[in-house]
Design a protein around this ligand. Structure first.
Ligand code: SF4
Ligand code: SF4
Length: 368
């Protein structure tokens, strides 16, 4: 019988067993990094450290100390690291303490200052014929995908796959990825009497709004596909097709592959920072309290395994009900992120495994 393949995911827990420096997360993170052959992976290489810098009033992005420790480890291994994110995001970096002085490496816009430096790659999936990968990421020799794990309105979960697929492509390509969601929600203005039962029965604030002309607007990011609006509409004016969620997540997996294909084997490390696990993406420009207690930092050379393990660990933690904004209600779902956003967060991981990016089976190795 063939043995089932699995990948190793290292785990530095945020829990502190004793009041000693070495028992704390930053020191464990250093040990975790030392468990990888960083010299073989990164010596003499230009190493892109892809982060998401967040914006405005957000304060739950990755603490600069962890990035500084990572930069130091890459330099010690002989690598030449630079920190990168979209060009628009670079303007927000300083406000979060992300400067060369603090981090120890330059910050370089992924697609150049004008956000136009990119390379086209074919995808050929439904309407997503191609994507434009950020030029400075393609030009790098190696990459560390350093992601803050949290919930996400469009994909249920945002960490490494999201950081790669949406964070390493030009703005137009992000729009094309979002368009894969297609016409999931259709509203027939001729049938609609503007009774607003749909909005009143919607559990997600602002997923359905009406403008000054009394026309209905639907916001895919906030929609949980619960179909309450469709079911409560007395005129049959709303139709919902949830297949678009699958197309979007499949598109993200294929774009992730396109990014990773630009690197030689064993030149990419994935690190998920599972701290301040908020319901929404850092791009919102504000932060809400963590949904579960801090978990720690997971790392792997397999993007599928690190995402699967991160989601599984969220599942084992107690949900802090008071952290969810009062206007939001939980609905059905096997995972907390699905109960919040109505999108199965494992779907992107499943798609990534199906196209050969790694294994959902993993073994967790704790770093103490
Ligand atoms: S499907 Fe549910 S969440 Fe989406 S708009 Fe309709 S009622 Fe709101
Ligand atoms: S419930 Fe139906 S008829 Fe009433 S406002 Fe909504 S779409 Fe229009």
């Amino acid at each position: 019988m063939p043995t089932k393949k699995f990948s190793i995911v290292t785990f530095a827990s945020s829990k502190v067993k004793e009041l000693r420096r070495h028992a704390t997360l930053p020191v464990k993170f250093e040990k975790q990094l030392a468990s990888y052959p960083l010299d073989k992976m990164f010596a003499d290489k230009q190493v892109a450290i892809k982060i998401h810098v967040g914006s405005d009033m957000g304060f739950t992005t990755i603490h600069p100390l962890f990035i500084r420790l990572l930069v130091a480890a890459v330099k010690k291994a002989g690598g030449k690291p630079f920190i990168t994110d979209g060009s628009g995001a670079m303007h927000n970096a300083k406000a979060r303490g992300y400067t060369e002085d603090v981090l120890g490496a330059p910050l370089i816009a992924a697609a150049g200052v004008a956000n136009t430096y990119s390379y086209a790659r074919k995808i050929n999936y439904r309407s997503l014929k191609s994507v434009d990968l950020c030029g400075n990421i393609v030009d790098a020799d190696a990459m560390i995908v350093l992601s803050h794990g949290k919930g996400h309105g469009n994909s249920g979960f945002g960490a490494a796959i999201k950081n790669l697929a949406m964070g390493c492509v030009a703005r137009d390509s992000r729009s094309k990825l979002h368009r894969l969601q297609g016409q999931q929600f259709t509203w027939d203005p001729d049938k609609c009497t503007r009774c607003r039962a749909c909005a009143e029965n919607c559990p997600s604030p602002d997923a359905i709004t009406f403008d000054d002309k009394n026309d209905l607007h639907w916001f895919d990011h906030h929609c949980r596909y619960c179909r309450h609006c469709e079911e409560s509409c007395p005129k049959g004016a709303i139709k919902i097709d949830s297949k678009g969620t699958y197309y979007f997540q499949r598109g993200m997996a294929l774009t992730t592959k396109a990014v990773l294909d630009t690197f030689e084997p064993n030149r990419v490390l994935f690190i998920n920072v599972m701290l301040s696990i908020t319901p929404f993406c850092d791009c919102w420009g504000f932060s809400t309290p963590a949904l579960v207690p801090d978990i720690g930092i997971l790392a792997a050379t397999d993007v599928v395994a690190v995402e699967q393990a991160s989601l599984d660990l969220v599942k084992t933690e107690d949900f802090i009900r008071s952290s969810l904004p009062e206007s939001m209600k939980l609905s059905e779902g096997a995972h907390l992120f699905e109960q919040i956003h109505g999108k199965d967060p494992y779907l992107q991981v499943q798609c990534a495994e199906e196209i050969g990016l790694g294994h959902r089976a993993y073994r967790l190795e704790s770093v103490e």
